[in-house]
Design a protein around this ligand. Structure first.
Ligand SMILES: [Zn+2]
Length: 102
């Protein structure tokens, strides 16, 4: 094993990505990080492309939930810019969950 394989770089991943893009475009879903609208006319983000284009964000981060990497309900809409900026931080689900009991 060298570096981990990009889960999107597979026939299943590409299908799911396209399906999620269509789902979010139909719903006109805003960015899950900044809450601003996404311009779906830009299409899905491509490497080297417009960083404000749509990109799929894992609600539960894939390093902790590898089994959810290619599950549509675990994919939220995000600007590539916002998605990339938060990549090293805890995922949305972690942020939203209260771990302490008062
Ligand atoms: Zn954003």
């Amino acid at each position: 094993m060298t570096k981990p394989k990009d889960p999107w770089d597979s026939p299943q991943g590409r299908r799911l990505k396209a399906a999620c893009f269509e789902r979010d475009r139909a719903a006109n879903a805003p960015c899950c990080w900044c809450g601003n609208p996404i311009d779906y006319r830009k299409g899905p983000y491509r490497r080297g492309g417009d960083v404000w284009a749509w990109s799929p964000e894992h609600i539960r981060p894939r390093d902790r939930w590898p089994e959810l990497v290619l599950v549509a309900s675990n994919i939220a809409a995000a600007h590539f810019h916002c998605n990339a900026a938060r990549q090293d931080r805890a995922g949305l689900a972690v942020m939203g969950v209260r771990s302490r009991r008062w």
